[in-house]
Design a protein around this ligand. Structure first.
Ligand code: NDP
Length: 252
């Protein structure tokens, strides 16, 4: 999917995990990339990536990220809203600070970044890819705010697609278990993390957990002209896990 045209992308939260894999794939696809996170530039960040220390939950930071990308690289044609946080609590356990963190990054961050990119994208062309989650469709226990925040991402994806075509396409990716620091934190919550991991693995028809590069592959496709007729979709990528009936396998 390489092209010589000037292609500029922003990937939020590209410092590690899924985001870093997306950054690397887009470089390979010929994009100039700006990425950001609340931390300083990570050592693993490829030298040609423009890095900005910024918090997408703040509208001013989001505006600054887009202005910096336009000034240093050119008009942004691709925005990947990947930055996300999770808090492992029920509604009853969640504090106001938990709400501000999860809704601030996962919901407001996607809104802030999309709003900052849309005016220029609408004038030319643009593509927004949001990283949602299967947790926005089926609820992981003790992840109340996270689950709800991802359902918001899926809803906003459809609204952007409906309101901002024809120049802008918008889709969401709904990953299942992708082995990153975030997935490790979720397994660590279980009473018996090893048993939980074994059980989760047995529910994957493809026989393995996901890798960050699995998500980067789908981003690459959704960013390309080969997906030109796809907009407003939320695409699950979970190795078949949520395709299964919830009935206990051995009993039928
Ligand atoms: P990680 O926790 O490994 O990485 C999250 C990234 O987001 C970090 O680089 C972090 O950098 C950045 N980030 C967090 N808050 C902000 C903020 N306010 N502003 C800018 N950047 C921020 O997570 P994953 O790679 O696992 O997840 C990436 C995305 O995929 C998330 O949206 C997640 O919800 C989603 N997802 C992941 C799944 C999985 O199994 N791993 C499953 C389904 C969805 P820093 O801390 O420096 O700010």
């Amino acid at each position: 999917m390489k092209s010589s045209a000037n292609k500029v992308a922003i990937v939020t939260g590209g410092g590690r995990g899924i985001g870093l894999s997306i950054v690397e794939r887009l470089l390979d696809d010929g994009y100039q990339v700006l990425s950001c996170g609340r931390s300083e530039r990570p050592d693993a960040m490829p030298a040609k990536v423009c890095w900005l220390q910024a918090d997408v939950s703040k509208a001013g930071d989001a505006k600054n990220i887009v202005e910096r990308a336009e000034a240093e690289l050119g008009p942004v044609i691709l925005l990947v809203n990947n930055a996300g946080v999770q808090v492992e609590k029920t509604v009853e356990q969640s504090s106001d600070e938990d709400w501000d963190l999860v809704v601030g990054v996962n919901c407001r961050g996607v809104f802030n970044m999309s709003r900052a990119c849309l005016p220029s994208m609408q004038k030319r062309t643009g593509n927004i890819i949001n990283i949602g989650s299967i947790s926005g469709n089926v609820s992981d226990p003790s992840m109340a705010l996270y689950n709800a925040s991802k359902a918001f991402v899926h809803g906003l994806t459809r609204s952007i697609a409906v309101d901002h075509g024809p120049n802008v396409r918008c889709n969401a990716i709904q990953p299942g278990w992708i082995m990153t620091a975030m997935a490790d934190d979720a397994f660590a919550l279980a009473n018996n993390p090893e048993a939980a991991k074994k059980d989760a693995l047995s529910r994957h028809p493809v026989g393995r957990f996901g890798k960050p590069s699995d998500i980067a592959d789908l981003v690459s496709f959704l960013a390309s002209d080969q997906s030109h007729y796809i907009s407003g979709e939320c695409i699950t990528i979970d190795g078949g896990m949520t395709a299964a009936s919830p009935l206990q396998p051995g009993l039928f």
